[in-house]
Design a protein around this ligand. Structure first.
Ligand code: GKR
Ligand code: MG
Length: 444
């Protein structure tokens, strides 16, 4: 665990003068703790390989002078942890309400730093994207404190809820029965249409999901199309999505898109890059969605100009926090783009944050992605977030509405130290078992 405090940065600037008086106020940030954690993750397959036995994340605790703690959650990769530490050092002493000042300080602390997405499924990361990724978790933690101080849920700080429950989708994966050398997990193998339908039935029966997404880019496009038809037959009224993470050429994407017309509500990242996506979009009936080619505000103008996508998958973890997701929502609204939400393997703090922002955004009308059903460990106390009919009820208690389970945090931190995983790399892990595994985009 890394404690930051009670130090204040020494940045000599006009901003410093503005904030100095706030540094002594009771709502000033006294200390920030960043704890890397690891939780068990099944052998889920994707275009770049297979999930490692543990998913890594970071838990951010922002503690104020008067002893309130706000929670944030972010990625756990080593380089990202270093960026989080730089930001933490830069914002200790600021008032928890001064998010804009924090952003300025975070920008100064990260000047010249360009991050990297270890697994490669959320596009290239720019310097601007690096800042947004590192800042986001602190914004969420500060909103959590602000909500506690005002005795209002975070959604109220975002302008209030437009829905009381937020729908999520069942996120299906082709998968191995177990990590090599381990006993089969509770979900079993899923490598053909029948086992994916079985996986969907299990997930829908457990959580009540009313939309289904299949992670593709694993088997041949033919096999994946057949799986979608099997899901359509099993769940005729449920909206379906397929996401091969840019594993297809333009020609393959058009062929698949045309075959699945009327079957998919959207086709996600069939191919790589804004121009290639635009080529596909012109030839298929359904909207294309993305969390790979529009991953920052700088991508939006070209995407709109070229009509590359119909739906942007937001994600507060890399779009810069909950308020910037609201800004993205306004852009989508203006340009008549759909808005959905992307997910990576995550814990309950992230689920709470996703739920609050989705509740506040009128045009976030698609069921959100979540990896939630794939994990059996967490850092939050049981019971604060529950799925009913595929939706999570928006918490109404102050702040995020989730409570940190300190024993669980310690256990998951010990697990992080023991597992030895410090960077997510699905490809490196896959190549331990299949040295010739090809993770290049557009394999088919
Ligand atoms: O967890 O394997 C996975 C997903 O493929 C994830 O890493 C992607 O970023 O879910 C994401 C997506 O929609 O592309
Ligand atoms: Mg995706």
């Amino acid at each position: 665990m890394f404690d930051h405090g009670p130090a204040v940065t020494t940045t000599p600037s006009i901003l410093e003068e503005i904030v100095r008086p706030l540094a002594v106020c009771p709502t000033g940030i006294d200390k920030i703790t960043i704890t890397p954690v690891a939780f068990r993750d099944p052998a889920l397959l994707n275009a770049v390989g297979v999930h490692q036995p543990f998913a890594i994340r970071s838990v951010i605790e922002v503690v104020t002078s008067d002893g309130l703690t706000g929670l944030g959650e972010s990625y756990g990769d080593l380089a990202h942890l270093e960026q989080l530490r730089l930001v933490a050092d830069a914002i200790v002493g600021l008032d928890v309400f001064s998010n804009n000042q924090m952003f300025v300080r975070a920008g100064a602390a990260l000047r010249g730093v360009v991050g990297r997405d270890g697994h490669g499924l959320t596009g290239a990361i720019s310097a601007a994207g690096t800042l947004l990724r590192a800042y986001s978790a602190f914004e969420v933690a500060c909103l959590d404190v602000q909500g506690q101080l005002l005795a209002r849920p975070v959604v109220d700080l975002l302008g209030g809820a437009v829905r009381t429950a937020v729908p999520f989708s069942a996120y299906l994966f082709y998968k191995w029965a177990a990590h090599p050398g381990e006993k089969p997990d509770a979900y079993g193998a899923a490598l053909d249409p029948d086992s994916i339908v079985e996986q969907a039935r299990w997930m829908v029966s457990q959580y009540g999901f009313t939309a289904i997404k299949l992670k593709g880019g694993v088997l041949t496009p033919r096999q994946e199309v057949d799986t979608i038809f099997a899901l359509r037959d099993a769940f005729p009224a449920v909206p379906l999505r397929l996401d091969p993470n840019a594993a297809w050429t333009v020609a393959t994407s058009i062929k698949v898109g045309q075959e699945l017309a009327g079957v998919l509500e959207y086709l996600e990242d069939p191919t790589s890059g804004l121009s290639a996506m635009a080529d596909v979009a012109r030839q298929v009936a359904m909207p294309l969605a993305t969390n790979m080619c529009v991953v920052g505000f700088e991508d939006v103008p070209t995407a709109i100009e070229q009509r590359s996508v119909g739906v942007i998958l937001s994600d507060h973890h890399y779009w810069g926090g909950l308020r910037r997701v609201q800004e993205l929502a306004a852009i989508c609204d203006t340009f008549d783009l759909g808005l959905s939400m992307h997910s990576n393997s995550h814990l309950g703090i992230s689920l709470a944050a996703m739920t609050h922002v989705a509740a506040a955004v009128p045009n976030l009308t698609y069921a959100l992605d979540t990896h939630w059903p794939w994990k059996d460990q967490d850092v939050i106390a049981d019971g604060s977030l529950t799925f009913k009919d595929g939706s999570v009820t928006v918490p109404t208690s102050p702040g995020l509405g989730v409570e940190l389970d300190r024993d669980a945090l310690d256990e998951l931190h010990r697990q992080y130290l023991a597992c030895g995983i410090t960077t997510r790399s699905d490809t490196v892990y896959m190549r331990q078992f299949d040295p010739s595994f090809d993770a290049r985009p557009a394999r088919w």
